[in-house]
Design a protein around this ligand. Structure first.
Ligand code: TMP
Length: 221
């Protein structure tokens, strides 16, 4: 079955809730699946995540930031994602390289060609088969995130302290990437109810898995 699926989206879009619901569904179905996240997902990656998210690290340079995200990704690809794909699992990752293009590329306005070269090196060229983007107007996302923080459901990290214009660039970046590669991206309006959104996710994922199954059957003698 071996498919690599990534979830992308802004703060407050409900991405992690959707990932958890898909994990429950895969477990019910008995699929060979692996759910992970970025930055983090490994012991080394979690240590890098702590440095990246520490609000006291105000001195972090944009180049340091991209290299740390990439270092965490390199470890995750080598230690978890590639081995699990080789075992035939469906790997679902909460954020991946498109976060770097959106946040460091479009948001911080670092050179996209350089980011692509660093990313190819860090990921050993591994790209997702499907990327699901949970789209939300910037103001809606930020107010959801703030509410979650006030009720103690979420914590604000270093990347949550950017300007509204930064998040607008991030969203424009995501939408541009989705337009450029429509076969890989599924864009979902994240203002819909959680269950409606989850049904769209499941339908799309099942369709992709069924297609790859029928392709494999055709190839088999
Ligand atoms: P999250 O775990 O709540 O999604 O937060 C991760 C934060 O890190 C989020 O603000 C997006 C940011 N990020 C980047 O800026 N670049 C990256 O490459 C990744 C993976 C995340």
């Amino acid at each position: 079955m071996s498919k690599f699926i990534t979830f992308e989206g802004p703060e407050g879009a409900g991405k992690s809730t959707q990932l958890q619901l898909l994990a429950d569904y895969f477990q019910e179905k008995g699929y060979n699946a692996c759910f992970t996240r970025e930055p983090g997902g490994t012991d080394i990656g979690d240590q890098i995540r702590a440095a990246l998210h520490d609000v006291n690290n105000t001195a972090m340079h944009a180049i340091t930031e991209i290299l740390l995200y990439s270092a965490s990704r390199a470890q995750l690809v080598a230690e978890v994602i590639k081995p699990r794909l080789q075992q035939g699992a469906v790997v679902v990752c909460d954020r991946y390289a498109d976060s770097t293009f959106a946040y460091q590329g479009y948001g911080r306005q670092l050179n996209l060609a350089t980011l692509q070269a660093i990313t190819r090196f860090a990921t050993q060229g591994l790209k997702p088969d499907l990327t699901i983007y949970f789209d939300l107007p910037v103001e809606v996302g930020l107010s959801r995130k703030q509410q979650a923080n006030q009720t103690g459901e979420g914590e604000l990290n270093r990347m949550d302290r950017q300007t509204v214009e930064f998040y607008r660039r991030v969203r424009r970046g995501y939408l541009a990437m989705a337009r450029a590669e429509p076969a890989r991206w599924l864009v979902i309006d994240a203002r819909q109810p959680i269950q409606t959104t989850q049904e769209i996710v499941r339908r799309h994922v099942e369709k992709m898995l069924a297609q790859s199954h029928s392709v494999r059957q055709k190839q088999e003698p």
